[in-house]
Design a protein around this ligand. Structure first.
Ligand code: NAD
Length: 429
């Protein structure tokens, strides 16, 4: 009998250019030696459970018809329904959505929320379309994927270029399709439609919480600590503000328009109150201009990449002079850069732990939707803080036990949980 080739790549992948999925596969390779008997299931992690590619035809305001490509990938649902955002971006690819869905599986397991991993995306530049056109795109996309989503199947959420309004359209479309209102079908909704208090700030708050833990472990006093942040959005902006409130000096920030530097510390609250995404950070007078190379090479205690993937690479990793890196963004560091940072003794708190605050409060939102009973913000923040601290501390303990990086440790804990569930459930039929 022929033995299947365990390492054969699925046919939908281009072996010459695996994109972000290739990075994820390499991370799984690094964890495989630590999985013991569960290693026999590791191939499950290297293949998404389900991939749906859909055509999204939409009538534009000028009467013409445009077609967009949409995806929903469910990576692994052994531990619970799929969970993951939907990204609207012109450069979204299937490889990217696959990797993001897999990182959601790992993230949910790493912080021990009872979800599997999923992610969605549409190849569209939303800046080129009106609100009405985006509403039609959203409604058609959700209709196309409605058979595989639901509060106990797969629960979308906001990601890059999607927000609470987009979630409201998704919720309504799902309700029209199924004939009943199930608020738990999406998270990150407006509060008036069953959204949770604290969700908007949750990811930045989680970044700050693990940062406090890591700074303490590294002997860094937050009072006066030098912090550098890439991204002034939901994650970077909130994290920067919380670090400043705790006494740290945010000496530099970067957005899509460039970087600014202020030796005395940027006044983050004032900056954010007048921050305009279109004009960007360089149009403010909060600091002096800085080149991209200078930004990454700044001497600091804490560096927070909170914008995009692939920001810390072989090219700039060696110039980094931070003590701790907290990954607010998903996938900001390549595996080669990881090795360089590790050899320089820089601690990296991986995305799957550092930015898990968002999915943790999404989990709280989903629980509140099922019981139709809403929690107060203080309680949400207290529970979020507890779960983030536990995730960081248990990951740090695994890292110490195996003498590995925090990323490998997070993958060891998460993949063990996922594969234990896989093994207990068994294969059907
Ligand atoms: P956002 O759209 O609110 O902000 C993104 C920021 O990145 C903006 O300030 C933008 O100017 C900046 N940026 C864009 N392109 C850049 C470039 N080329 N160079 C430097 N800066 C650039 O997005 P967000 O919600 O803050 O998400 C940021 C990252 O965090 C993404 O990787 C996202 O997947 C991840 N993340 C977000 C959440 C969440 O709850 N929002 C949760 C987990 C992970």
């Amino acid at each position: 009998m022929n033995q299947p080739n365990q390492h054969e790549l699925p046919s939908y992948l281009n072996p010459d250019d695996l994109g972000p999925w290739g990075i994820y596969l390499e991370q799984v390779e690094r964890v495989a030696p630590y999985l013991g008997k569960l290693g026999k299931w590791v191939e499950t992690l290297k293949r998404p459970k389900r991939i749906l590619t859909v055509d999204v035809p939409v009538e534009l305001d000028n009467g013409t018809i445009a077609h967009f490509e949409g995806y929903r990938v469910q990576h692994n649902m052994a531990r619970g329904p799929g969970k993951g955002g939907v990204r609207y971006h012109q450069s979204v690819t299937l490889s990217e959505v696959m990797a993001l869905s897999a990182w959601m599986s790992v993230k949910c397991a790493a912080v021990n929320v009872p979800f599997g991993g999923a992610k969605g995306g549409i190849r569209i530049n939303p800046r080129n379309y009106s609100q009405n056109e985006l509403e039609r795109v959203t409604r058609r996309y959700i209709t196309e994927i409605s058979m595989i989503i639901g509060p106990d199947k797969d629960i979308p959420a906001p990601d890059v270029n999607t927000n609470a309004q987009v979630m409201a359209w998704m919720l309504d479309t799902y309700a029209m399709t199924t004939g009943h209102l199930a608020t738990g079908v999406v998270t990150g909704k407006p509060i008036s439609l069953g959204g949770s208090l604290g969700r908007v700030e949750a990811t930045g708050r989680g970044v700050f919480t693990v940062g406090v833990e890591a700074a303490r472990d590294a002997g860094i006093d937050l009072e006066g600590a030098r912090v550098v942040v890439q991204g002034c959005g939901n994650v970077g902006g909130i994290a920067a503000k919380l670090f400043q409130e705790a006494g740290a000096k945010v000496i530099a920030m970067q957005d899509h328009t460039g970087s600014i530097y202020n030796e005395n510390g940027i006044d983050v609250a004032t900056l954010l109150s007048s921050y305009n995404q279109k004009e960007g950070i360089t149009s403010t007078n909060a600091g002096d201009a800085l080149s991209n190379e200078e930004f990454w090479a700044l001497e600091c205690d804490i560096l927070i990449p909170a914008a995009l993937e692939n920001q810390i690479t072989q090219k700039n990793a060696d110039s980094i002079r931070a003590k701790i890196i907290i990954e607010g963004a998903n996938g900001p560091t390549t595996p080669e850069a990881d090795d360089i940072l590790s050899s320089k003794g820089i601690t990296v708190i991986p995305d799957v732990i550092a930015n898990a605050g968002g999915v943790t409060v999404s989990y709280f939102e989903w629980v509140q939707n099922f019981s139709s009973y809403f929690w107060e913000e203080d309680l949400i923040n207290e529970r979020l803080g507890r779960m983030m601290r536990e995730a960081y501390q248990s990951t740090a303990a695994v890292a110490k036990q195996h003498n590995v990086t925090l990323r490998t440790a997070a993958f060891i804990s998460a993949c063990t949980r996922i594969l234990e569930a896989r093994e207990l459930r068994g294969l059907y039929p």
